[in-house]
Ligand binder design. Structure first.
Ligand code: F0G
Length: 458
């Protein structure tokens, strides 16, 4: 029989304390952090939902692998294990290790990019866009139309708009395109999945126009879960085989292993084309490290190789996706506006709708992250006009399209009682919503201001 209660498919062997604090203490910590949770000390945080990146708990197998780590400079056994695992998963013959995702992005997109080049994606993640734009190229997002409607339960809101892709590829021509990038799941678009049908269409168009197709695969196991349960024809295909099939459609992949490889640090790119792989390896050696470690310790590569297997286990993926949905569905039932359906790695709350009385230039998302911390010690990240807002020539804010707050769930870290606690925090968020005030920025850097900006309460 199938039980309703989904248990965490692990036992706890090693524990890390959470230091509890009072609301009055948190008010003081928040003031000292200039109302920016990025500036809080982690010991002052009760539940840390800032990111699911590099925050996973490793398994006992992975820790055992850490001891096996071969720290030889060249040709280490740990590298051989990682290389074999990535080759068997992706089917690509060339694997290049990097210390995290953006290092692979800088090398690959820096090489393919440059002035006059264009990249097209369902949605570029912010480091992907930054690396492309830094090379002098442009990055165009073409999410599918269904992604705009927060309430629609369309099963694959992470899809790319393939009609637009066809038109853009015709308009720009092969020589101008750096690459087409499919981000699975689509992080910036709410952690929504991409269907195999969509990946096939993108692949066909890229082949037709002779352009390179890359998969940003950092959450491809979570994406595979949705394909098996939502797309016809995959009901009895294993999660790993679904990922294998998706990789087979593309020419290469870039991965931040800090997500679905269940490690705290690591990344890679994997490629079909030998010439391109040689050029990228040459760039790797200049800044990251030799071709068989790319900025990683042997033990990190060992843990990655193991994590890339564990992440496709049935019990793990079911727990992962269902426990994220559990949080999202419960707070939605309390009337908290969330992006729907709930994505794989995070719950996205629409702070613009939650606090309609706070205008964009008073940053409703920032107000919500401060409230979450003040009330419950929960740390989340604003993904709205603090992160993506720009100023016009008169210094007036051009707001982001949406004022979101992301609650990203670390993998295998929190139990259901932690999640139930966060759900309870949202009761108070809901009760006190009309009294919450906005903030103003009093200090900000020129780039990526959300990390270090200082705020004051209005
Ligand atoms: N691509 C996607 C889709 C990502 O979500 C990230 C990181 C990267 C690339 C870059 O990888 O951090 O290893 O350099 N996302 C993190 C997040 C930071 O919080 O969503 P990285």
């Amino acid at each position: 029989m199938e039980f309703k209660t989904i248990i965490e498919p692990f036992k706890i062997k090693s524990v890390e304390p959470i230091f509890l604090s009072t609301e009055r203490e948190r008010e003081e910590y928040l003031r000292l952090a200039h109302f920016n949770p990025f500036l809080l000390r982690s010991v002052h945080v009760t539940i840390d939902f800032l990111t699911d990146s590099g925050t996973s708990a490793m398994s006992s197998e992975q820790w055992a692998g850490m001891m096996r780590g071969d720290e030889s400079y060249a040709g280490a056994q740990s590298w051989e294990r990682l290389e074999a695992e990535v080759k068997s998963l992706t089917g690509y013959p060339y694997v290049i290790p990097t210390h995290q995702g953006r290092a692979a992005e800088r090398i690959l997109y820096g090489h393919l990019g440059g002035n006059g080049k264009t990249f097209i994606s369902n949605t570029h993640f912010d480091t992907t866009r930054a690396n492309i734009e830094f090379s002098g190229a442009e990055a165009i997002d073409i999410p599918c139309k269904q992604a705009e409607d927060h309430e629609s339960d369309y099963p694959f809101k992470g899809n790319m708009d393939t009609a637009k892709l066809d038109a853009l590829l015709k308009q720009y021509g092969k020589d101008r395109i750096g690459a087409v990038i499919l981000t699975v799941t689509n992080n910036t678009g709410g952690g929504q999945p991409v269907s195999m049908t969509n990946a096939r269409e993108v692949s066909t168009l890229c082949k037709k126009h002779g352009v390179m197709f890359v998969i940003d695969c950092c959450r491809i196991a979570e994406n595979a879960y949705y394909i098996r349960h939502r797309e016809k024809g995959f009901e009895s295909t294993s999660y790993r085989d679904i990922a294998v099939e998706m990789f087979s459609l593309a020419d290469g992949a870039v991965m931040s292993a800090k997500k679905d490889a269940l490690v705290n640090m690591g990344g890679f790119m994997a490629l079909k084309n030998q010439e391109l792989a040689t050029a990228c390896t040459n760039l790797l050696i200049i800044t990251e490290g030799f071709a068989t470690y790319g900025g990683l310790s042997g033990r990190d590569m060992e843990a990655m190789a193991i994590g890339l297997r564990e992440v496709f286990e049935d019990g793990y993926l079911k727990y992962r996706v269902k426990s994220t949905a559990y949080l999202g569905e419960r707070i939605r039932a309390k009337g908290i506006p969330v992006m729907y359906p709930i994505g794989g790695h995070a719950v996205y709350v629409d702070a613009g709708l939650l606090y309609p009385h706070i205008p964009a230039h008073e940053y409703p998302g920032q107000a919500l992250v401060c409230e979450l911390y003040r009330i419950g010690g929960v740390r989340a990240v604003e993904i709205g006009s603090v992160m993506f807002g720009k100023y016009d020539a008169q210094g007036k804010l051009i707001p982001a399209p949406m004022e979101l707050v992301r609650l990203a769930i670390p993998r295998r870290v929190y139990t259901q009682s932690h999640i139930d606690y966060v759900i309870e925090v949202f009761d108070e968020i809901s009760n006190s919503r009309s009294a919450v005030k906005g903030l103003k920025i009093v200090k900000e850097p020129q780039f990526l201001r959300h990390f270090t900006a200082h705020f004051e309460k209005l």
